[in-house]
Design a binder for this molecule. Structure first.
Ligand code: ADP
Ligand code: MG
Length: 450
């Protein structure tokens, strides 16, 4: 049995790595795990920490612990006593002032914490995000001069944070003298509370109000803090009056947020754009790009399968690919639909693989029937028997599934929808004139349905 202290440290690291939100709220907390009682105690500095952890992260923490420990743990969140607080902040090493010259104020605010992976160059544009993308580009190219403020909203995992950082990265590279502040509303709120407590609000005001570009992620979080709302409003006004660019993201449009009317109407004065879930073609494009970024080859039918089954969250597309590569490399396997299925089951446990006839099944059946390889169906090979089998499989896919022509094309090696349509028409024509051929197709369909 591991010693409780080691385990406590391990748990603390796991939690902090799992979610950036946790690390913010756990930074000043102490984590104690009692393995016998199966209780995790988190000692936090104040009521705000306690409330946030309980309301926002309680269930997630329990879930993560269960995943890592293999059993359920109960969570106890309490506020640290004064003595512990002081013990924790008191410095461990003391350095005499004349020995070392540290800048009084760390200049950290001037190096924006941008994620350099989130760029316009690797953001795939489709119908669902083209307005948001265009607005972000104009703002990045001419901050403060086109759309101000810019408000982006949409569901989880659809690219809001990506765009926000893309603006930041672009401005950072093209306007080197600009002071960029990128933060989340959660961090902002936390900072306000902390600075008020330390009586250092002047510093805070100075920092935010000297920004040329203020990027605030997940603004819905402001709903939770009165002082932060007020402070944000004033910061907003000052920057706005100075023509400084403000960009905010949120999970819902401003009207639906529980914020003061005056702040909502400020957002309304700029431009509000939404991001919708990507359509099939865009999901395919994103998967292809992610595979390319990872320097991996993924067959078209596998891309089609994932795109078909992972619909509403772009983050899951990426994590499914990674999981799939992990599974494949463990067993030294080729990337197949079967491995994709396993990966989707891991990233999305409620995924049901048995519910309908899939193109993968049709391809399997057709290739068995004609004694060819599945890969032949998805390749560009043109020998007569292979191309006939491919057309038959496309026809059957159209009959038995509700996949669109585009989706079917993707499964057969990324063919475009006119090729699929042509194939289907051709098979229909032959069926009308050749009774034996028609029987073959019917026989195949019957097998698949079984
Ligand atoms: P949100 O902030 O809306 O929850 P994120 O910006 O964190 O979503 O996006 C989740 C993941 O999906 C990130 O890895 C991001 O790079 C990726 N992603 C989202 N939209 C796109 C896109 N249009 N093109 C490429 N990758 C995208
Ligand atoms: Mg985000």
């Amino acid at each position: 049995m591991k010693n409780n202290e080691i385990l406590s440290n391990e748990i603390s690291n796991i939690l902090k790595n799992e979610n950036a939100g946790f690390s913010l709220w756990l930074e000043k907390s102490t984590i104690l795990f009692d393995e016998d009682k199966k209780v995790l105690t988190i000692k936090v500095p104040d009521a705000l920490h306690k409330k946030t952890l309980i309301n926002k992260y309680n269930n997630e923490i329990i879930k993560i612990l269960k995943k890592h420990l293999g059993y359920s743990v109960s969570l106890n969140i309490e506020i640290k006593k004064e003595v512990e607080q002081i013990k924790n902040i008191s410095p461990k090493i003391s350095i005499k002032e004349h020995q070392i010259q540290l800048p009084l104020e760390p200049k950290i605010d001037y190096i924006p914490s941008l994620n350099s992976r989130f760029r316009f160059e690797n953001f795939i544009v489709g119908d669902s995000n083209k307005f948001a993308h265009a607005a972000c580009r104009s703002v990045a190219e001419a901050p403060g001069q086109t759309y101000n403020p810019l408000f982006i909203y949409g569901g989880v995992g659809l690219g809001k944070t990506h765009l926000l950082h893309a603006i930041g990265n672009y401005v950072y590279e093209h306007y080197p003298s600009y002071k960029i502040i990128i933060t989340t509303a959660e961090k902002f709120l936390y900072e306000v509370v902390q600075k008020i407590r330390e009586n250092r609000m002047d510093e805070f005001k100075e920092k935010y109000r000297s920004a040329d570009l203020l990027l605030v992620d997940d603004i819905e979080f402001l709903q939770k803090g009165e002082a932060a709302k007020e402070e944000f409003f004033h910061t907003f006004n000052e920057l706005y009056n100075l023509n400084k660019q403000i960009v905010a993201t949120s999970d819902s449009p401003p009207q639906e947020l529980k914020l003061e009317e005056r702040l909502k109407s400020r957002f309304g004065a700029g431009i509000i754009v939404d991001i919708l879930p990507p359509n099939f073609e865009m999901r395919v494009a994103i998967l292809k790009q992610k595979a390319k970024e990872l320097n991996k080859y993924v067959p078209d039918n596998v891309i089609g399968y994932i795109a078909e089954h992972v619909e509403n969250n772009i983050r899951y597309l990426g994590s499914t690919l990674l999981t799939m590569f992990a599974i494949a490399s463990q067993n030294n396997d080729e990337i197949t639909i079967d491995i994709a299925k396993q990966a989707i089951k891991i990233t999305n446990p409620s995924f049901d693989t048995t519910k309908k006839i899939g193109i993968d099944m049709i391809q399997q059946c057709v290739s068995d029937y004609f004694g060819i390889k599945i890969q032949d169906l998805t390749s560009k090979k043109r020998p007569d028997n292979i191309s006939k089998a491919r057309q038959i499989a496309m026809y059957i896919a159209r009959q038995l599934t509700d996949y669109s022509l585009v989706q079917i094309g993707q499964y057969f090696g990324g063919k475009d929808h006119t090729t699929v349509m042509h194939a289907i028409n051709k098979i229909e024509k032959i069926m009308n004139t050749d009774e034996k051929f028609k029987k073959t197709i019917e026989e195949l369909i019957a097998r698949i349905k079984r």
